[in-house]
Structure formats: structure tokens, C-alpha cells
Design a protein around this ligand. Structure first.
Ligand code: LHQ
Length: 258
């Protein structure tokens, strides 16, 4: 079985991490394949939203620790630069929303890949673990960038140093993730969000993402200028024209993602 499954349906790309017996932990093959699949989704104009989740009981347990001791194991000179960093960069740059549906435990790089997605939802039984400290490593895959920005430095430091298991409920309460849903309705509810996004003005959402990506590195003045430029681009999309026309005609808009 392929470690990454890709299915495209109704303008949505469903990406499943698929090494359930290893809690979907990443080996080199899976990390490289995820990059290819993200590139494929980036190029495919019919895809207007990406849904990332895990098969089985876990979302992702981070690096496959077994792989590290194998003969010809990828070294530390390669693991971040060739595996995780390109995944995080791709998710940030892809011009469509990425919904991460955390269906179970998300540990190590698995937790931080979830947190770099645009909208993160979790099932009530899911959890987030900055597992790195337990094995003498530092948090990676953008964790030291995203987590303090999401929940503040104090809680991020504690979670990262102690390696606490953070319940989905707590993650939602402190703003680490968007929403949680009970396990029984998690698939259905997370899909609803994805379907909504796939029918929205895709270019506008991509430009929103661009503005948000820039915000933490900008002064207010720089961010206002960025909004000005991006709004100009949004105002020249077909979907903007359709949105205003539909409003004035008192009907639902039919966005095409253009
Ligand atoms: C696993 C794993 C796993 C292999 C569960 N690997 N088999 C960057 C730079 C360079 C190198 C290193 O990595 C990184 C990035 C990172 O991600 S570092 C952090 C790596 N991840 C971890 O340290 C987490 C390790 N896993 C765990 O702590 C637990 O498995 C969690 C808390 C995720 C889940 O606990 P349980 O639900 O109790 O499941 P389990 O521990 O019983 O695991 C089930 C199976 O999955 C088990 O195999 P077995 O054959 O005994 O059934 C585990 O060995 C296997 N597994 N994580 N990362």
C-alpha cells in the first residue's frame, strides 16, 4: 500500500497519511511522496481545497524512529531539509486552503505539520504532543514558529520542554486549533468545512492566506500596504464580480475559483 493516498472529488483533494500500523509516522518514502502529492494538488486547477488526515487511529506520530536506526538511514543533514521543511513550505505556499483533520494523536513532526495548515480541526479523542524533548531533540517542522504564535510563548515553552499530551479539548480552548468535534461526527463535520471552502472564491482565499503568512513579519504600515496590493488582486477576480452581482440580484453566488 502507498504511504500516501490521494483522492480527488468535487474540487477537493483528500490526502490520507497511510502507515496506520506505525501510527502514520513519516519515513523518507512517505515524506517525499507527500511533497509530490502537494505539488500535484498545487498544479491542478480543479482542486480548490485540500483535506489532510490520517488513516487508522492516529493522525501522525512524527518521524518513524525505527527508520533512523536502519542501514542507509537518512541522516540528520537530510531529514529536515529534504523531508519536513519542504512539506511545511508547500502547505504555506499552496494557493488553496488546507484543512487538517486530526483524527487521533499528532506527535512530533506530525503535530507541527498539522499546526502549519490553514484550518485545523480535531476529533475529541485526538491529542497533540511535542514529543521531541522526550528523545533529546528540539521541536521542528515549523513548531517553534507556529506554536508560540498560536498560543503564546509561555504555554508553547512548557509544552515543548515537558512534552505534555495536550487534549483536543484543551487545544481548542487555548486557540491551538480551530474546532473539535465528537468522534462520531468528526468525519462528517470536518468534511462540511472542506466542502464549504471548495465552493468559495479560491483566489480570494489564496490572497487571504498570503496576507496572513506575511503578518508576523510586517509592521502595521507594511501590512496595510500588503492588504492594499492583495485586495487589488482580489478585486480583479471573476469570483469578486460574481459575489457582488449575486448579492445585488439577491441569489446565491456561483464561484468558480477564478
Ligand atoms: C512508532 C512511532 C514512531 C515508529 C508509534 N516511529 N513507530 C526530526 C529530525 C530528525 C529525526 C527525528 O525526528 C524528527 C521529527 C520528529 O517527529 S521527532 C519525534 C518522533 N516521534 C515521537 O517521538 C513519538 C513516538 N511515539 C509515541 O510517543 C507514542 O507512540 C504516541 C504517544 C504517539 C502514541 O502512543 P500509543 O497510542 O500508546 O501508541 P503506541 O506507542 O503503542 O504505538 C503503536 C505502534 O506504533 C507501536 O508499534 P507496535 O509494533 O509496538 O504496535 C509503536 O512502536 C509504533 N509507533 N510512534 N514515531
Amino acid at each position: 500500500m502507498s504511504p500516501i493516498l490521494l483522492e480527488k472529488k468535487n474540487n477537493i483533494a483528500f490526502i490520507h497519511l497511510n502507515r496506520p500500523e506505525k501510527l502514520n509516522s513519516f519515513n523518507r518514502e512517505m515524506a517525499l511522496l507527500l511533497q509530490k502529492v502537494l505539488d500535484n494538488c498545487a498544479r491542478d486547477k480543479t482542486i480548490r481545497c485540500i483535506y489532510l488526515t490520517g488513516n487508522g487511529k492516529a493522525f501522525c506520530a512524527g518521524q518513524d524512529l525505527g527508520e533512523l536506526t536502519e542501514e542507509n538511514a537518512p541522516g540528520f543533514d537530510k531529514i529536515l531539509s529534504e523531508h519536513y521543511n519542504p512539506i511545511v513550505t508547500r502547505i504555506g505556499n499552496i494557493e488553496k486552503p488546507v484543512v487538517c483533520a486530526v483524527n487521533g494523536v499528532a506527535a512530533g513532526a506530525g503535530a507541527n505539520i498539522a499546526l502549519c495548515c490553514d484550518i485545523v480541526v480535531a476529533s475529541t479523542s485526538a491529542s497533540f504532543i511535542q514529543a521531541f524533548s522526550k528523545i533529546g531533540l528540539i521541536p521542528d517542522s515549523g513548531g517553534t514558529y507556529f506554536l508560540p504564535r498560536l498560543i503564546g510563548l509561555q504555554k508553547a515553552s512548557a509544552f515543548m520542554m515537558l512534552g505534555d499530551k495536550v487534549s483536543a479539548e484543551e487545544a481548542e480552548r487555548i486557540g491551538m486549533i480551530y474546532k473539535i468535534f465528537p468522534d462520531e461526527i468528526f468525519a462528517e463535520e470536518s468534511l462540511k468545512i472542506t466542502i464549504t471552502l471548495a465552493q468559495m472564491p479560491t483566489r480570494g482565499l489564496a490572497l487571504t492566506k498570503q496576507a496572513l503568512n506575511a503578518t508576523f513579519n510586517n509592521s502595521l504600515e507594511q501590512q496595510l500596504q500588503a492588504e492594499d496590493k492583495l485586495q487589488y488582486a482580489a478585486a480583479h477576480t471573476q469570483d469578486y464580480k460574481e459575489g457582488v452581482k449575486a448579492f445585488l440580484e439577491k441569489r446565491s453566488p456561483q464561484f468558480k475559483g477564478e
